[in-house]
Design a protein around this ligand. Structure first.
Ligand SMILES: Cc1ncc(C[n+]2csc(CCOP(=O)(O)OP(=O)(O)O)c2C)c(N)n1
Ligand code: SF4
Ligand SMILES: [Mg+2]
Length: 351
C-alpha cells in the first residue's frame, strides 16, 4: 500500500489561519514511512510553517528527487503542485520551473544521498545561482530507501548497524552551501520542531537559495550506538547557536529577552528575523567567522544548529538575469512580438 487517503472530516473547532484554512488543508495522504522516521517530523514542520504563513496551497510548487525523503512531498501540501523528478535532479528541474514561472513558491525536498552523492553537481549550481527556493535536505547519513548504505554525509568513523566503520570524510552540505554562495543557510534537527518551524518560515520568505540541512534519523538503518545521525547522538551533541522568531511584519517585542542577546534582521519584503542568541560569539551575518565556528565545533563532534548564515539583501537568479516579472505563460502577443522599434533598440544596444 503506497497511498492512504485521510478521512475528509474536519472537527468544527479546528483552528484556522488568515485564509480560513485549517492545518488539515496543508496535509497530504497518510505517510507510509517507517514509524519514528525523522522525515515524518519534517513533513509535520512543513505543514505547520505553511499553515502559519497562510500561504494559499495552490501557490506552492514542491519538487523532490528519489529516496524516502523525496517521497515525503506526497504527505504534505496535498493541494499544491508537485514533481517527483529523477534521483539527484530536483535542482535543475526546479531551476527551469522557477525561470518559467516566478509567481510560485518553490520548495525542494531531498535526501543526503540525493543531494550529496548523485546530485552533488546539481546541488552546487542551484546554490551558486541563488535560485529563489527553500531547499530542505532530510539528512540521515544513509541511503534509507535502498536499505542503509553509508551516504556521503556519514561521518568518518561512524558505524553502520552491522558494525562496519565509515572510512571516508563526510561532505558537510552546510559548509558547501556557504562556500557556493547560498544566501540563507540553516541546520535543524527533526526532533526539535520548535526550532525547525521558524527556520522553514523564514526560508520561505527569504529571496534566494535557502538551504536547511535537517538531521533526520533513519530508525531502520542508522539509529544505533556508533551512528552520529541517531536521535540520542544529536540530542547529546546539539549545539544550537540561536533561536529564531520569524514575523511577517515588524511587531512589538512581546517576550522578555536577556539583555544584549537579541539580534534583528529585516528581510527584503519587510519581514523580520528576530534571533535570540544562545552563543554571544556567533553572528549569522558574518560568513567567514560562521565557517570557522562551524568547523571548530564539527571537529569536537558537535552538531551546530540554528540560523547559521543569512544575507537579507541577497539578489536571486531573476535579479541577476534581469528576467521579466510575469510568468512566461502569462506573456501575450504584445510582449512576445514587440515590433521593429523594440528590435532596433535591442540591436542598437549591441553596437
Ligand atoms: C539513477 C539512480 N541511481 C540509483 C538509484 C537507487 N536509489 C534510490 S534511492 C537512493 C538513495 C536515497 O538516499 P537518500 O537521498 O539519502 O534518501 P533517504 O532514503 O535516505 O531518505 C538510491 C541510491 C535510483 N533510484 N536512481
Ligand atoms: S528506511 Fe529509514 S529513511 Fe526510509 S522510511 Fe524507514 S526510517 Fe525513514
Ligand atoms: Mg538518506
Amino acid at each position: 500500500m503506497t497511498y492512504l487517503a485521510k478521512p475528509k472530516i474536519h472537527h468544527p473547532s479546528l483552528p484556522t489561519n488568515a485564509l480560513g484554512f485549517t492545518r488539515r488543508d496543508y496535509e497530504g495522504p497518510v505517510s507510509t514511512l517507517c514509524a519514528g522516521c525523522g522525515h515524518d517530523s519534517i513533513s509535520a514542520a512543513i505543514i505547520q510553517a505553511f499553515f502559519d504563513l497562510a500561504v494559499p496551497p495552490h501557490r506552492v510548487a514542491k519538487l523532490s528527487g528519489i529516496g524516502c525523503s523525496s517521497k515525503t512531498p506526497t504527505y504534505f501540501l496535498g493541494q499544491s503542485h508537485g514533481f517527483n523528478t529523477v534521483h539527484g535532479r530536483m535542482p535543475s528541474v526546479l531551476t527551469g520551473a522557477n525561470l518559467a514561472n516566478r509567481g510560485l513558491i518553490y520548495l525542494g525536498v531531498s535526501g543526503d544521498g540525493d543531494s550529496a552523492s548523485i546530485g552533488l553537481g546539481q546541488f552546487a549550481h542551484v546554490m551558486r545561482r541563488n535560485v529563489d527556493m527553500t531547499y530542505i535536505v532530510e539528512n540521515n547519513g544513509v541511503y534509507g530507501l535502498t536499505k542503509g548504505q553509508f551516504s556521503a554525509t556519514a561521518d568518518k568513523g561512524s558505524r553502520s548497524k552491522r558494525g562496519a566503520a565509515n572510512d571516508d570524510e563526510p561532505i558537510d552540505l552546510v559548509m558547501l552551501a556557504l562556500t557556493l554562495g547560498a544566501s540563507y543557510v540553516a541546520r535543524g534537527f527533526s526532533g526539535d520542531k520548535d526550532q525547525l518551524v521558524p527556520l522553514i518560515k523564514a526560508a520561505v520568505q527569504h529571496k534566494g537559495a535557502a538551504l536547511i540541512d535537517v538531521v533526520s534519523p533513519c530508525v531502520a538503518f542508522n539509529n544505533h550506538p556508533g551512528s552520529t545521525k541517531s536521535y540520542d547522538y544529536v540530542r547529546e551533541h546539539n549545539a544550537a547557536v540561536n533561536r529564531l522568531d520569524f514575523m511577517p511584519q515588524r511587531e512589538p517585542i512581546a517576550t522578555e529577552y536577556p539583555p544584549g542577546s537579541l539580534q534583528e534582521l529585516t528581510l527584503h519584503d519587510g519581514g523580520l528575523l528576530r534571533l535570540r542568541k544562545l552563543h554571544d560569539d556567533y553572528d549569522p551575518s558574518d560568513k567567514v567567522s560562521a565557517m570557522a565556528y562551524l568547523e571548530s565545533h564539527r571537529a569536537r563532534g558537535e552538531v551546530v544548529t540554528g540560523l547559521l548564515y543569512v544575507d537579507p539583501d541577497s539578489r536571486d537568479m531573476h535579479a541577476a538575469l534581469s528576467t521579466v516579472d510575469k510568468p512566461l505563460n502569462a506573456l501575450g502577443d504584445a510582449d512576445l512580438v514587440p515590433g521593429s522599434a523594440a528590435l532596433a533598440a535591442v540591436n542598437a544596444a549591441f553596437r
